[in-house]
Design a protein around this ligand. Structure first.
Ligand SMILES: Nc1ncnc2c1ncn2[C@@H]1O[C@H](COP(=O)(O)OP(=O)(O)OP(=O)(O)O)[C@@H](O)[C@H]1O
Ligand SMILES: [Mg+2]
Length: 390
């Protein structure tokens, strides 16, 4: 285990083979920049919007300025904490992006890496290199960075609703309605499809609910590109690499062999889809349910029993047909043979086709299997119509 396994069930690193391309930080900078430069970062998808292409232009910040704008990283500005450091609220000027004063200007999220972590440094570099060049509405925006001696920080757009993990599993948080869950799944699929369709594919490698951040309208964006890496070149189907990722989400063949492919992300997507359907964690300490995939397999492959996995916090307020199709999709994504998993673009297209936003709320009485025995719960959340297109 690497020193990144500080906060179970956070990411784990088992060294199975040297990750030769990422062995030197500077080499890493250049190889990644090359791979995701505006020239090479073209996608094979024809309708990617112009603002979704690769681009640079990060702001470089001074450590003292970031310290001041977070009130010396005070506890009341703490937003969250991960395996590699803490995340604080800060404020910048909207136009110049220069640090402002506390409470003045645009809110940003400032991630401060633990200065002692070498693994954290490698991740910091990968994050700067990937998110600094990739721009897509389902990837969190990196505004800038700070690198002064051992102080390494990252400044991101602020995602007011925090992580999907918090919304799915925190008892104190209102459950996310079905429509929003499906829109989140579509947004994630769209973000991954974008990464996998770049001329030099990017494998995200760390898809999990804590890395999916939500804006005020519950649009989902992928964050944390620390483990991301370039996909195979030419006819190759995979790259050989160290096994990095998070227990419960990583694809079995990747854990067993270190062979990483875009299909590893597809497997992790299947796990997140199960989390959205069931409201259960990928890894659960409760006896008999330790692994969500193992627990749910007998149900999701049986049409008669599939709805037994559904999150009881939804109070039956979901389309049975959509839930069944989503479960089928999860089965396909979780296929033990990576070759038989769909591509993320296929997943995205399928999700978009079968999910009609708010449909089940508009026509409750016509759809069999939709439970309206109780009046629908009143959710505070705004659900946005699904306008996602690639
Ligand atoms: N841009 C952001 N806007 C708002 N909140 C954020 C942002 N980035 C991170 N957070 C919050 O901080 C928490 C910690 O994030 P971080 O990425 O450091 O760790 P993690 O994803 O929980 O775990 P891991 O270290 O395994 O990635 C997130 O779960 C989220 O609640
Ligand atoms: Mg994270």
């Amino acid at each position: 285990m690497g020193n990144c396994c500080r906060r179970p069930p956070a990411r784990c690193a088992h060294v199975s083979s040297p990750d030769s391309q990422n062995s030197h930080p500077l080499k890493e900078i250049f190889s990644i920049q090359e791979a995701s430069s505006p020239q090479s970062g073209k996608t094979s998808l024809t309708t990617i919007k112009s603002n979704e292409s690769a681009s640079g232009g990060l702001k470089s910040y001074i450590f003292n300025d970031l310290r001041n704008v977070t009130g010396n990283f005070k506890a009341s500005n703490l937003i969250g904490e991960g395996g590699f450091g803490q995340v604080f609220k800060g404020w910048i000027d909207e136009n110049t992006l220069a640090t402002s004063r506390q409470g003045v200007g645009m809110v940003v999220a400032i991630k401060k890496l633990d200065p002692e972590s070498f693994q954290g440094y490698k991740e910091w570099l990968a994050e700067v290199n990937y998110l600094g060049h990739l721009n897509h509405e389902n990837l969190v925006k990196l505004v800038g960075y700070c690198s002064e001696s051992k102080n390494r920080l990252l400044v991101y757009e602020y995602m007011p609703r925090g992580s999907l993990e918090n919304h799915l599993f925190r008892k104190s948080v209102q459950p996310i309605p079905w429509d929003t869950r499906m829109n989140i799944a579509i947004s994630i699929a769209r973000g991954l499809s974008f990464l996998h369709s770049l001329k030099t594919q990017v494998i995200y490698r760390d898809l999990k609910s804590s890395n999916i951040l939500l804006d005020s309208n519950f649009n989902a964006k992928l964050s944390d590109f620390g483990f991301a890496r370039d996909g195979p070149i030419g006819d190759k189907t995979h790259v050989s690499t160290r096994v990095l990722g998070t227990g419960g989400y990583a694809a079995p063949e990747y854990i067993a062999t270190g062979h990483l492919s875009t299909k590893s992300d597809v497997y992790s997507f299947g796990v997140v889809l199960l989390e959205l359907l069931s409201g259960r964690r990928a890894l659960n300490e409760r006896v008999g349910e330790s692994n969500l995939v193992d627990w749910s397999r007998p149900f999701i492959s049986d049409k008669k029993r599939v709805l037994r996995i559904m999150d009881t916090r939804l109070c039956g307020q979901y389309s049975k047909k959509e839930a069944q199709t989503a479960a089928d999709l999860a089965v396909n994504c979780l296929n033990l043979d990576a070759r038989n998993r769909p591509s993320m673009t296929e997943v995205f297209t399928t999700l978009e086709q079968f999910h009609t936003p708010n449909d089940y709320l508009r026509t409750p009485s016509r759809e069999p299997g939709r439970s309206w025995s109780k009046s629908p719960p009143s959710f505070n959340y705004k659900t946005t119509p699904n306008t996602n297109t690639i």
